[in-house]
Structures are given as structure tokens and as C-alpha cells.
Design a protein around this ligand. Structure first.
Ligand code: FAD
Length: 493
């Protein structure tokens, strides 16, 4: 039940973008209503339990929690104590490529040592690369990398293809291969990963959106779960409110959509209100790929347990072609590798009571329902075989298995084609004008990974930035470009 029939602002969707935006607006005294179709808040950043096992649906590690970074700023503004909510896992990532094993540690010098210990003949190049990624000012990074792909940038630093591959494997965090992805997006993401990665909420990922939901309510906002918005009502060329699936109309002159941009414009608004330019962009913009995820509940200890957030297991050169092929809608490489989400192992006692839960991801293209009903078990088995090799899962130890296909990701969030990261971060799509947060329709704003900020998409910390910036645009329209931006956006100011 909601308290009013008229709100200052309605937010569609309670992904992290919607929650962050709602927190700032409610904190500044606006009457906020967040409407979410699912039974819990968080979007891709949610968790579920089955038979005593805890699983994170998609997001399993966070970056940017230091005070000066995106989530750190959020926590400070909302008075959330980071050390109470979060733990930091060290190393954050392990890369296993053929017979090589590398780690990304919380401390950059340890990471450099790990890379040098494997590629000792490239010590200088490795040091130069990490220095460039972590210490160059953003204006220079932007100038050097804005037009390039990551492959072009990497070729300037290294000649050893295997070393390059180890960096390319991490591009799974952005869903694209090095020949396509924007070098600038990758650098923004890498800087955060190498200097401020590896965070995980002590009580599982759901604790993060739960903490934000609590703040929205503390500031007087409301969250309406299990209700889907079916229409954004436009009256006299301005937003007038929303209609829910059950037919209820709720009035508001401001609507922020945290939902997929295609759904927002084509279905919730309707083609008749869209100009040609926007329709052209909606037709031509390219979305990031999706994934197939296997959730495993294991009833005994792993033989090769790695205490990190993500283990990137890529046993052959072949498996490295996967990101490219997935983007091209080919399926041959799905399951030739496994991206193992292991964060909950580090806090498993609270979450799983000693049981082991892991999530295994392989990038996967969008396919019809029929394709996945025939193939999902087969693909899942391939991924599981890789994980057995990587983690030493004892035979007979798997007690529970759940599979999410791109269709599942779509069904739960309405993200177009089950996209992992909104628009694909290719050089021509990282311009902040391609899907602005303030729309041309009066009163309509976007936030989250479908609204662009000029450096591409890279997960939660960028979505936090998006939620905060949209709130600032609403609160202080004339100064919005100067508020709520951090070091990342200095490149644009
Ligand atoms: C498998 C996977 C792994 C990932 N791992 C990581 C990771 O480890 N770290 C990281 O930083 N990022 C990760 N990401 C990326 C990250 O999850 C997303 O970029 C981010 O969560 C997007 O947040 P959002 O607020 O933009 O939207 P979403 O999380 O997509 O939320 C949108 C919300 O809107 C709701 N909604 C949609 N339409 C309607 C409607 N009509 N009415 C009501 N509600 C509606 C949906 O139900 C949903 O709750 C991962 C993504 C995936 C898929």
C-alpha cells in the first residue's frame, strides 16, 4: 500500500541506480516513490537462497568503496558505515590461463609482483602499464584512449601475446573483447579494479540494496515492491504520472526510469512521443552481451579453494576467443571457460553455515527460448566440468544446481536481451549524449546502466554515479553538471 496518490518523483525500478537516486532525492525532502516489479530491491544486485545455500544472482564483487570513490562518496553522503556493511577480499581476482596463475591484490605492488613473477622478462613493461593505468590524470587518459580500442592501447605496451591475454580475460567484467572495447572505458574500469576492488557485503550482496532501501525509507521515501509500471503518462507534452499493471494511476510530474531504455521509451512512453533522432539511436545502439550462469551448492570443501571474489579459469587459448564470438552471436565457445564467483566463500559461515556455494558464468548471446530449452543443460555441464577442474569440486559433492540463461536475466529485470552492462562500451558509444539522463520529454529522467555518462559502463560504481547525477540534475538543474561528479568526470569538465 502506498501512502499518497501524488508524489514529487516516481522512480521506476529499484536497481542500484534507482535506489541511489531515490536516497538523494528523499534526503533532500522530496516525496519519493520507488516502484519495483520484483519481490525485492536490487535488480541485478540481489541474492537468493535455496536449500540453505546462499547465491548472488549476478553481482558478486564491488569496486570504488574508498572514501574518494563512487560507493565511498555514497556511503559518506548517506551516513552508512562502510566497515560495518562491507568486507574486502584479498586478492580480489585470480586469473588462471593455461598453466599460469596471476592475482589482483588489494595492494597494487603485490599485483605487479604477481604479474612479474609469471612474466619476468617483461618487468619494465608491466610496471609501466600499471603506473599508466593507476597514476595518469584522467584528462591525459581520455586524450590518449578516447578513440582507441583496448587492443590498440595494449599493443603499445606489450609484445607478449600471453601477457596481453591475461589482461583481456578481465574484460569479461565489461562484456567485450579487446578488439571492440573502448580503451578509455577499460582504463576507467581497470583503475578502480587495481586500486579499489574486492569488496563484498558481509551478509551477502542483498545487504547492499537492503541498506539503500532502508535509507530511502528513513528519509521518508516509499518503496512499492511486486508492482510493475505499464505506462508513463504524458499530458500536454509533460510527464503526469504512471499507470501500474493493475490499472492504478499514480500522479507525479517527475519520473526517473531506472529500467531498460528501450522499454522506457518504446513501451512505457510510446513511439508517438519520440523524435526521429531518438528512434534512430534506439534502433542502432548496440547492447552489451548476456550470460549463462550456473549456481552450484556443494556439500563439501573444495580441493583447490581460492579465497577471492572471482576466479577467471581460461584453460586454453581457444577459450579466449569467447568474448568476441559471443558478441557475434556464435555459441561455439560458451562453456570453454568458467568465470567463478567465489565471494561468498570468504563469508560462508554466516551465509551458508559451512556449505559452499559458487556461481559460474560464461558469456552467452541472446537466443530464442527454444534454443535454451534444448541447450542450457548441455552448456551448463560444460561450464561445470571447467569449474571442477579449476576448483577441485569433489565428485558427488554437487548437491544443488540452478541455471540462469539470458532469458532468465531478462525476465527478472527486463534488461534488453538480458544485457549485462547496458550499452556496449565500444568507442563510438561512450559519448555521454547517446542516451542522456535528462530526456527531451519534460519531467522524464533516466538513471542506471542504460543512461550514458561518457566513459562507458562497468558495473555498480558507474551506476551509483548515474543515480547520484540524475538526482543532482533534478535538485539543482542549473548546476547539475558540477555536482555529484568525481575524479572520473574531470576529463569532461
Ligand atoms: C551476470 C552479471 C554479473 C555482474 N557482475 C557484476 C559485478 O560483480 N560487479 C559489478 O559492479 N557489476 C556487475 N554486473 C553489472 C551490474 O549488475 C549492472 O550494471 C547493474 O546492476 C545495473 O544496475 P541498474 O540500476 O542500472 O539496473 P538493474 O539492476 O537492471 O535494475 C533495474 C530494475 O528495474 C526493475 N524494472 C524494470 N522494468 C520495470 C517496470 N516496468 N516496473 C517496475 N520495475 C521495473 C527491474 O526489476 C530491476 O529491479 C553484473 C551483471 C550481470 C548480469
Amino acid at each position: 500500500m502506498i501512502k499518497h496518490q501524488n508524489y514529487d518523483v516516481i522512480i521506476i525500478g529499484s536497481g542500484i541506480g534507482g535506489l541511489v537516486c531515490g536516497c538523494y532525492l528523499a534526503k533532500h525532502g522530496m516525496k519519493v516513490l520507488i516502484i519495483e516489479k520484483h519481490t525485492q530491491t536490487g535488480g541485478y544486485c540481489t541474492s537468493f537462497t535455496r536449500d540453505g545455500y546462499h547465491f548472488d544472482v549476478a553481482v558478486h564483487s564491488l569496486r570504488g568503496v574508498k572514501e574518494e570513490n563512487q560507493i565511498g562518496i555514497l556511503f559518506k553522503d548517506l551516513n552508512i558505515k562502510s566497515s560495518t556493511l562491507m568486507t574486502r577480499i584479498d586478492p580480489s581476482d585470480a586469473i588462471v590461463f593455461k598453466n599460469k596463475r596471476l592475482h589482483i591484490y588489494n595492494d597494487i605492488d603485490n599485483t605487479i609482483r604477481s604479474f612479474v613473477s609469471v612474466f619476468s622478462n617483461q618487468k619494465k613493461e608491466i610496471e609501466r602499464f600499471f603506473l599508466f593505468v593507476t597514476k595518469t590524470d584522467f584528462t591525459t587518459l581520455y586524450k590518449r584512449a578516447f578513440k582507441n580500442t583496448f587492443r590498440e592501447l595494449l599493443d603499445n605496451f606489450f609484445y607478449d601475446e600471453e601477457l596481453k591475454t591475461c589482461f583481456n580475460i578481465l574484460l569479461g567484467n565489461l562484456g567485450l573483447d579487446s578488439d571492440r572495447i573502448s580503451a578509455f572505458s577499460t582504463l576507467v574500469f581497470f583503475r578502480e579494479l587495481f586500486t579499489d576492488g574486492g569488496y563484498y557485503p558481509k551478509n551477502g550482496m542483498q545487504a547492499f540494496p537492503n541498506a539503500l532501501e532502508k535509507k530511502v525509507k528513513e528519509y521518508g521515501g516509499e518503496v512499492l515492491l511486486f508492482n510493475e509500471v505499464q505506462k508513463i503518462v504524458i499530458k500536454n507534452s509533460k510527464v503526469d504520472g504512471v499507470v501500474l499493471k493493475n490499472g492504478d494511476f499514480i500522479r507525479s510530474r517527475l519520473v526517473v526510469s531506472n529500467a531498460d531504455a528501450q522499454q522506457t521509451y518504446r513501451m512505457l512512453i510510446g513511439k508517438e512521443y519520440l523524435d526521429k533522432d531518438l528512434l534512430r539511436r534506439l534502433n542502432h545502439l548496440i547492447v552489451s552481451p548476456s550470460a549463462l550462469i550456473v549456481y552450484l551448492g556443494i556439500n563439501s570443501k573444495l580441493k583447490n579453494e581460492e579465497r577471492c571474489c572471482t576466479l577467471w579459469y581460461f584453460p586454453s587459448q581457444n577459450s579466449v576467443r569467447c568474448y568476441k564470438e559471443c558478441f557475434e552471436s556464435k555459441v561455439t565457445q560458451i562453456g570453454e571457460y568458467s568465470i567463478c564467483g567465489l565471494s561468498s566463500l570468504s563469508v560462508s559461515h554466516q551465509l551458508n553455515h559451512g556449505k559452499v556455494s559458487v556461481s559460474l558464468t560464461s558469456m552467452a548471446p541472446w537466443k530464442e527460448e527454444n534454443y535454451w530449452s534444448i541447450n542450457k543443460e548441455k552448456v551448463a555441464e560444460k561450464i561445470i566440468r571447467k569449474a571442477i577442474e579449476a576448483l577441485g569440486i569433489p565428485r558427488g559433492g554437487i548437491e544443488l544446481k540452478e541455471i540462469a540463461t539470458p532469458l532468465t536475466l531478462y525476465k527478472y529485470t527486463y534488461n534488453h536481451n538480458g544485457a549485462l552492462y547496458g550499452w556496449a562500451s565500444i568507442p563510438r558509444q561512450i559519448n555521454k549524449c547517446i542516451m542522456p539522463q535528462k530526456s527531451r520529454i519534460k519531467g522524464l529522467y533516466l538513471c542506471g546502466h542504460w543512461a550514458t555518462r561518457g566513459w562507458g559502463q562497468g558495473g555498480i560504481s558507474m551506476v551509483v554515479n548515474s543515480g547520484r547525477t540524475t538526482a543532482n540534475m533534478i535538485l539543482k538543474p542549473s548546476t547539475s553538471s558540477k555536482l555529484g561528479v568525481t575524479n572520473v568526470s574531470h576529463a569532461y569538465s
